[in-house]
Ligand binder design. Sequence first.
Ligand SMILES: C[S@@+](CC[C@H](N)C(=O)[O-])C[C@H]1O[C@@H](n2cnc3c(N)ncnc32)[C@H](O)[C@@H]1O
Length: 487
Amino acid sequence: MHLTLNYIETKDKIKKDISIDDTRYIKLILSIEKEIYNKFNSVISTDDSLTRQLVSFQANKNRPVYRWYKFKEGFSAELVLNYIKKQGLNEKAKILDPFAGSGTTLFIASEKGIESWGIELLPIGQEIIEARNALILKATKNDFKTIKTWILEKPWNDHLKEKQISILKITENAYPKETEKKIKIYLSRMEDENRNIQKILRFALLCVLESISFTRKDGQCLRWDQRSGRRIGAKPFNKGEIKTFDLAIVSKLKEIIQDTTEESEDDLFKENKNTNNHGKINIIKGSCLKELPKLHNNMFDMVFTSPPYCNRYDYTRTYALELALLGAGEDEINKLRQDMLSCTVENREKNLLDINPIWCKAIEATNNNKLLKTILEYLESKRKNKTLNNNGIPRMVKGYFYEMACVIYELYRVMKKGGKVYMVNDNVRYAGASIAVDLILSKIANELGFNIEKIAVLPKGKGNSSQQMGLHGRETLRKCVYIWRKP
Ligand SMILES: C[S@@+](CC[C@H](N)C(=O)[O-])C[C@H]1O[C@@H](n2cnc3c(N)ncnc32)[C@H](O)[C@@H]1O
């Protein structure tokens, strides 16, 4: 209810202020941002130990196990490990990641003997986490023997039956014909194996899907290679080497065997794997907006997470090949897109108070955020003047912060006293106005009870999109790790 009221109020204000020109709005936004920056001055600092590599997937590239699936939006295991050590957590602790992605937080916690909980909406993330967990905890010597036989015999070359895969409009003709045939035979032949082996084989296939396709994941969408025969934009695009199915899958299966057997010589093949030193991993499938409210109060010592950024990246499009392989049809993909935290221009407004009436406090804290309110007014006025490059931007930005406020409310509730939230996120910029995501979210978190312990800024910020740069000049945007403590 508060949400709607505030929105009407905002619209009315815009009617009055419609004559305020862009420069005045941007100056106003900057001055409010400065006010909040000064308020948090003592806790904002550049942290030289935070490299781009560390806060992105890059540092996982050579790390056994973590390198299997290149989840581009992930952070590194080392980053999580550093903070687990700094906080001095032991095996009795519990860690949560409400936007679990490929499960980096969960697996590094588990390695340290700590129980972890992850919530993930997309089936691709869920599948990666389950398969990795199965490989580490459940795979037997016999399972690995079977995988080795697959490597030697390459049954996808001499089997006749094919399993059909779901084809979406955006995944049509994604593979060379021969590769597509081999994928279908591989999937069909896989069904003769036990469930654990099936999981491992499906996972290996998911790991190589992009490399054997005509596509490349490119932030907001899938980019298509000119060899696909698809009609693509004016500029032809060549993604470079497109791997053959045999080469890609064999080297991935070998890598998986090598990492799992080397990593865990001592404990992987123990009779009873549940008694080894790994912490239990609990994966909850669904939206954290729906699932967090089901968790008990005061459960966690640490939350380590990175939500989608407010940057229009559409995971349901970039992961369309993987989602189709896992059986998702058009309707399911559309539903997933709407259930995601609002971060694309297609997201419709969620009725948050219908999901949980108790969130009025979170909504109020967001309503009271002067900086956000002014940014939304500015974007809304740009939309009305038809000078925004997409009309969905104001709705996305608004949805992003209101939904994140509800997530933060829940994080406060499920944290133990003294527990800390670590959040990796980027600031963004639309229509020339920089949006200080770090300050807005930290201010909301503060109003919802957290102490803002630190906003650790990466020494090197992020440039903005080429479109933004052309129109508004270069301005680096802060990339940060926020640290909030429940007193
Ligand atoms: C930045 S990624 C997290 C990556 C993760 N830290 C890793 O290292 O793999 C954000 C994740 O949030 C997920 N997500 C988006 N909306 C969600 C929601 N409402 N509930 C749960 N997960 C969501 C996305 O599918 C994506 O996997």
